[in-house]
Design a protein around this ligand. Structure first.
Ligand code: ADP
Length: 367
């Protein structure tokens, strides 16, 4: 039986009835139909261009185009090719490929000594011979430049494989970058969330951290968008939760543990660090005064969440004084320094255990 012959405008008229969902326009208007329409008897072939290879409407639009042609010419044998203008983006290179373990030092509440613990842990690990990096991500009060005596540090960049990377500062064997290097410490707290997040990502992804055994993150206190940014940028091996024995601090530490365990965050909690566990006068290291509460309260929290108490750090005037001078106390040979050396060893063990028992932490993917 003879059919009406096919001709190009019949095809384009048919295709002009196919709308691209959500655009209010048809695929001819949107220039998606390539000018390669070929007609040979009942056979017609042409290409539809999609802006990306993963276009979610690809399959349904091809079907709709075929149906639209069949409506006008039921006998047509239709072949539709698809093409994508933009190639699929190359997969991103892994973040921090030379870093073995990433440890978040966190606290539920400000002022419990989280930064002091992070700084001394980093220094003590470096003194044990490990390669250590420390990122001060505490946008509410970046204190690492002061604790490491690097308040006037200037940052430099160098080229690695054709990419310009920030060179971390180096002090006491620790590679260090702080959000405080990028902005006035007083102003950091008023940064909009996205600015702080982007600055932190830059300090992680566009810095030459090289090979590290332990990359320590001094987190902002509590729970914040920054936590989310960090777990989306890095697979954090595990978290330490710093608390004092005070009830208010413990209540917030509980929230901190719950945050890391939330399925959206999903970072293993390595253990609790009890800071300011007791007061010891410098001249009488054998004396202990339990000012803020007893160890039992911290033990109860650890028991409740089935996590170990990795170390108990005394409140000693020298700890604070050393921080203020820019020389972490862990560098000295004193009783309080010993507490941090002990913490470093316990942390190494806790990470080894975690790495034996659990798969690597994945970055949290955003959709
Ligand atoms: P956070 O990071 O939790 O806000 P910091 O580490 O800044 O807390 O500590 C708060 C204050 O307490 C600082 O002045 C610090 O020097 C002091 N501090 C912290 N831990 C001790 C300690 N174990 N002994 C004495 N002072 C401490």
């Amino acid at each position: 039986m003879a059919h009406d012959p096919l001709y190009p405008s019949l095809i384009t008229d048919a295709l002009a009835t196919v709308r691209y969902p959500g655009s209010g326009k048809n695929i001819v208007e949107l220039d998606m139909v390539a000018d390669d329409i070929r007609i040979d008897g009942d056979n017609v072939s042409f290409t539809i261009n999609f802006s990306k290879p993963t276009d979610p409407f690809k399959a349904s639009l091809v079907k709709a185009a075929e149906a639209a042609i069949h409506l006008k010419a039921p006998h047509a044998k239709v072949t539709i090719n698809t093409a994508s203008a933009a190639p699929a983006p190359a997969p991103k290179p892994p973040v921090l490929p030379g870093v073995k373990n990433i440890v978040a030092v966190s606290s539920g509440k400000g002022g419990v000594g989280k930064s002091t613990v992070a700084a001394n842990l980093a220094v003590a690990l470096a003194a044990e011979g490990y390669k250590v990096g420390l990122l001060d991500a505490d946008i509410f009060g970046p204190s690492m430049p002061k604790m490491f005596g690097l308040e006037n540090a200037e940052l430099y960049m160098h080229e690695v494989n054709g990419v310009n990377l920030i060179i971390p500062a180096e002090q006491y064997g620790v590679k260090l970058l702080s959000i405080g290097f990028l902005i006035d410490t007083d102003k950091a707290a008023v940064w909009r969330g996205s600015m702080a997040s982007n600055a932190l990502k830059q300090l992680i992804e566009q810095a030459d951290w090289g090979e590290l055994d332990y990359f320590i993150l001094d987190m902002p206190p509590g729970t914040s968008d920054i936590h989310l940014t960090l777990v989306q940028t890095l697979g954090i091996t595990g978290a330490l939760v710093v608390t004092t024995p005070q009830q208010v601090a413990l209540a917030d530490a509980r929230k901190g543990i719950a945050m890391f365990r939330d399925p959206k965050i999903n970072v293993p909690v390595l253990g609790i660090v009890e800071n300011m566990a007791w007061f010891t006068p410098e001249a009488h290291p054998e004396e202990r005064y339990f000012l803020f509460g007893s160890e039992e309260a911290v033990d109860a929290l650890a028991e409740q969440y089935k996590v170990p108490v990795l170390a108990r750090i005394p409140l000693v005037a020298a700890v604070g004084e050393h921080s203020d001078k820019g020389v972490p106390v862990a560098l000295e040979n004193t009783a309080s320094a010993q507490a941090f050396v002990h913490l470093a060893r316990e942390t190494v063990d806790a990470i080894d255990r975690r790495n034996r028992e659990l798969p690597p932490t994945l970055k949290v993917e955003t959709h």
